[in-house]
Design a binder for this molecule. Structure first.
Ligand SMILES: CC(C)(COP(=O)(O)OP(=O)(O)OC[C@H]1O[C@@H](n2cnc3c(N)ncnc32)[C@H](O)[C@@H]1OP(=O)(O)O)[C@@H](O)C(=O)NCCC(=O)NCCS
Length: 151
């Protein structure tokens, strides 16, 4: 995935799409141990996914506080996934800062469609222009929610 480098500062926070800055251990620990959607995901799968995505990190003193990534062709379509803020730092506006940074990326206005799936955070994404599917009946999926769980 081309880097499509985009960076900014906001107070003490630094936001960047630079993959070299990402603390993969932190991302893997959250996804594997805490997330509701990727429990048990192998570290190698997280590394591969990060390498092949447009990733967004929010940092303070080099520490990764919040993360998300867009799976994209870099030209027409994107799917926003793996959005999280470190559990002890929630409720301070960090996800809104991260989403504002995501939506300021120069790729975003060029995409014909940007999707995401969320269980209960619709009110967050609504603030950044996301709306319920206009024609949900046109979407289909192959969905394997338990793919990383030990059988
Ligand atoms: C959801 C999450 C990213 C929010 O991060 P946060 O930094 O605590 O959120 P913020 O302080 O930036 O505030 C989020 C805004 O979205 C709104 N919101 C709507 N649904 C929400 C939800 N389920 N959780 C948190 N905020 C929500 C809040 O009211 C707030 O808006 P307001 O300030 O205008 O009232 C964070 O709780 C998280 O990492 N959760 C676990 C992972 C997850 O569920 N990710 C989303 C999957 S799509």
């Amino acid at each position: 995935m081309p880097q499509l480098l985009h960076e900014t500062t906001n107070g003490n926070y630094f936001l960047s799409t630079n993959q070299q800055l990402i603390d993969i251990e932190t991302v893997h620990r959250f996804l594997s141990d805490t997330s509701s959607w990727a429990r048990g995901i192998p570290r190698s799968t997280v590394e591969e996914a990060i390498q092949n995505s447009l990733c967004f990190g929010l940092y303070e003193d080099g520490a990764l506080l919040a993360f998300c990534r867009i799976v994209t062709d870099g030209a027409t379509f994107g799917n926003l996934v793996d959005v999280f803020v470190q559990p002890d730092l929630r409720g301070r506006g960090l996800s809104k800062m991260l989403m504002a940074f995501v939506m300021s990326h120069p790729l975003i206005p060029r995409l014909r469609r940007l999707t995401l799936a969320t269980t209960d955070a619709h009110g967050l994404y609504d603030q950044f222009g996301f709306r319920p599917l206009g024609k949900p009946e046109t979407f289909m999926e192959v969905y394997r929610p338990d793919i990383y769980r030990a059988s």
